[in-house]
Design a protein around this ligand. Sequence first.
Ligand code: AMP
Ligand code: GLY
Length: 437
Amino acid sequence: MKVAVIGNGGREHTIAWKIAQSSNVEEVICIPGNGGTALENKCRNVEVQNSDYAGAAKANGCTLAVVGPENPLSEGAADALWAAGIPVIGPKKAGAQLEASKDLAKAFMKKYGVACAKSETFTDEKSALEYVEQQGAPIVIKADGLAAGKGVVVALTLDEAKQAVKDLMEGSAVGDAGKKIVIEEYLRGVEISVLAAVSVTPEYAKEGKAAIASFLSARDHKRLLDGAKGPNTGGMGAICPVDDFTEDLKKKFYEEIEFPTLRGLVEEGYDYRGFIFFGIMLTKDGPKALEYNVRLGDPETQAVLPMMDFDFVEMCQAIIDGNLKNFDFKWKSGYQVAPVAVSGGYPKAYKKGMTISEDKAKVEETGAKIFIAGAVAESESGKTVLKTSGGRVLACSAHGSTFDEAWKKSYAALEAVSFEGMFYRKDIGLPGAAESN
Ligand code: AMP
Ligand code: GLY
């Protein structure tokens, strides 16, 4: 079979790489893919016109599609793929609003009793400012709509909070995404990411087949600098699994977050066959949901998928067919560590077009896999070279039977890669590296 993977980041390179390992897969069509997928075994990049992913998948004979990012999902890419007769991993537009609207997500969490921070939604600046004044700082201000990671301000002082309300609501910070805002109680704790497979349709709900199955836990590191300092980024590295997610916390997570979410997906009547990502704060009162994403995390995927000891396409088929309950998830033991290398200057302006060089023998020695995020493959004097094209350029993901072993291998691989201006955190997964309040 041919499988379409939609998106062009590190997450999509990882998904394509994992899908290519399935013996049933003849070709992975990456729409549009990147320099990593251009060079990956069994993978081929295909351009897309006017976001017509369904057209591109159909023209290339795909019989399954996996949508990586949230934007196409919230715009109805899954609906279009289904309508074109292609089964798809990724919720239809209605379910995708759980990420596209923070207000909707919070209303959903409250309705179904999902453990989360207390919050109120505002469309009027004056009432929002009054509420902030009344609640005091620290407090969290969130734009309702998708804002590519720029829509959340964790305000430590009242002044910062008021400024954030103004910036978001007066349209300068994130445009229309900030016309409505959610103001949320500040939670103290440390964050983790739990990604899960979801198989929910109204029919599966009736037949008792609706299911959710979480993967091994992961942790992203969003701040640019060691010790969780500096500006927020799209993610500087991930680890899997996370030791501080204890059995007791997992049980609470299941009872207070995961199961009520499944119930909500069922009761809302969604056709949600895909992935859900729970952003979780581990507080002293147990795990609390910070957000839903309707897709896998990036760069969590680069750490979680290599830990999968099962066929990804078989899992996708179980999701599509309503057999997720019976799917046998097997995981490797040990750990995966995946630090990310970024372009110098990121998350502000950075140069593009830097040639990436790699000491292949050294990387091979570590057993690490390099997942490309922001780089394109170009032909230069008869050879194919990778040139940087984005802020986050690549991740080196390595496995070890201990955390220490995985950590050393991933960093040894990263040190064998270079491009002008390359920058990375040196503490991914180490004590003090995680975001915490
Ligand atoms: P979100 O996009 O909602 O996950 O928010 C982005 C980041 O802001 C999270 O990863 C947290 O680091 C932080 N954050 C969000 N909500 C809260 C909260 N209620 N309390 C403390 N920090 C938060
Ligand atoms: N790693 C966070 C995200 O994918 O949104």
